[in-house]
Design a protein around this ligand. Structure first.
Ligand code: AMP
Length: 400
């Protein structure tokens, strides 16, 4: 909880914002904040990082380098982070000497799937049935409890479908267990802050039978104001986000429930800044929260061109303690990710893309397959027309 003095702390335009991490999320944060008159400094191991390119300066150092992080903090009025793999211990050190309105607690909570699910449940939201798994016996008991099909996931370090294995029948268990133990050992616990209640390296989750996947980006400011953007319907390919469709093609009442749920979670977790809440809209009509991310999120990129306020501007407003911006959607929109394999085709077509296609490129030096290089926001009178337009470009496999 913030003290009354902290709740009144405002970082005014002209102030310097330090970003731990130099990827595209930091880049878009800095671009939004520059419009508002802020200066930016980033810390990233990669020189000329996507964020560094648009900042006043970059400190090139490892994420766990405490001295470098302290040097960054000495030059800044407020510190934020752009991805959750920044070292929790570094954030804890900075919290004592600098202004880190987001704190380190939520970062720590969301870094571990068991901790995260407990926090979501404590906020009064549903999650898929799960069991922490430490041993092979635990796994057998977990299967007996929650039934198959299920998904075994590493508790930390998984992303884009890495570190998870589907278990459809008991015949899968031996192979999955061997592989999961190997990967969990190799990734280890990324935390320097142990938690005896939630130290299981693996977690078994029931497979949710869902209609679609939704996400809501919610912002909460230092003074406690909360606003949620319209939910995005997310379509994944090869475990990487392919497309976000807004408005989501679910009943309005479900959209409102999703927004209310995200706000409830942000308040319960005492979040400051942005929180992305990913959920499944189950065939049983329930919303099951899958994952939280305490930062701007790929599924919120549509806000850059289709909303009254972008998620990035909203994040700056939240941490600087300005009033939050409006979250109205101006137009139906579809966001499509440009991965390494799509970049050349998008650039080649740049001169003949229709005007309602907004191109965002992140300035990464190397275009590897599967790497997020940019995105398109396609505005149209309806989401089906936007999807049709994307299909017509012939760059991505059609969605429908
Ligand atoms: P995650 O890494 O937890 O975000 O999972 C990646 C993707 O796997 C999700 O976006 C879903 O498509 C799928 N998935 C993960 N967990 C479940 C679950 N419990 N039930 C159904 N699908 C899931």
């Amino acid at each position: 909880m913030k003290t009354p003095e902290e709740r009144g702390r405002v970082v005014r335009p002209g102030g310097v914002i330090g970003i731990l991490g130099g990827g595209q999320l930091g880049r878009m944060m800095a671009l939004a904040g520059r419009h508002m008159g802020y200066r930016f400094l980033t810390l990233d191991p990669q020189p000329d990082s996507p964020c560094g390119q648009v900042c006043d300066d970059q400190i090139t150092a490892a994420y766990h380098d405490v001295d470098a992080a302290e040097a960054l903090a000495r030059r800044c009025d407020v510190i934020t982070y752009e991805f959750e793999n920044v070292d929790v211990a570094v954030t804890q050190v900075l919290e004592r000497t600098a202004w880190v309105p987001q704190g380190s607690r939520l970062l720590w909570t969301t870094r571990h799937r068991v901790r995260e699910k407990r926090a979501v449940e404590a906020a009064g939201a549903k999650v898929a049935a799960y069991r922490p798994v430490r041993t092979r016996d635990d796994l057998e008991r977990a299967i007996a409890d929650i039934h198959l099909p299920a998904i075994l996931k590493t508790s930390t370090g998984g992303y884009d479908g890495k570190g998870q294995w589907r278990v459809d029948t008991v015949a899968d268990v031996d192979a999955v267990w061997a592989e999961a133990v190997r990967v969990a050992k190799a990734s280890g616990s990324a935390d320097s802050v142990a938690d005896p209640d939630a130290d299981a390296p693996l977690i078994l989750e029931r497979v949710v039978d869902f209609v679609c996947e939704l996400s809501v980006i919610v912002a909460r400011s230092v003074r406690g104001e909360v606003r949620a953007f319209p939910p995005a319907e997310n379509i994944h390919r090869h475990h990487i986000l392919h497309m976000s469709v807004v408005p989501a093609r679910v009943p309005a009442a479900v959209q409102q429930r999703a927004q209310a749920l995200a706000m409830q979670i942000a308040e319960s977790l005492d979040a400051v800044g942005l929180l992305a809440v990913e959920m499944f809209y189950g065939r049983d009509g329930e919303l099951y929260v899958n994952e939280l991310a305490p930062r701007p999120h790929n599924s919120g990129h549509y806000t850059l061109d289709a909303c009254e306020t972008s998620q990035f501007e909203q994040h700056i407003r939240a941490i600087c303690n300005l009033p939050l911006g409006g979250v109205r959607l101006w137009s139906p929109v579809v966001m499509v990710n440009i991965l390494g394999e799509h970049l050349d085709a998008v650039v080649a077509r740049a001169a003949d893309l229709p005007p309602m296609v907004k191109v965002h490129i992140y300035g990464k030096a190397e275009a590897r397959p599967g790497r997020k290089m940019g995105h398109l926001n396609v505005l149209a009178p309806s989401v089906s027309e936007a999807i049709h337009l994307v299909d017509g470009l012939g760059i991505w496999e059609p969605v429908e």
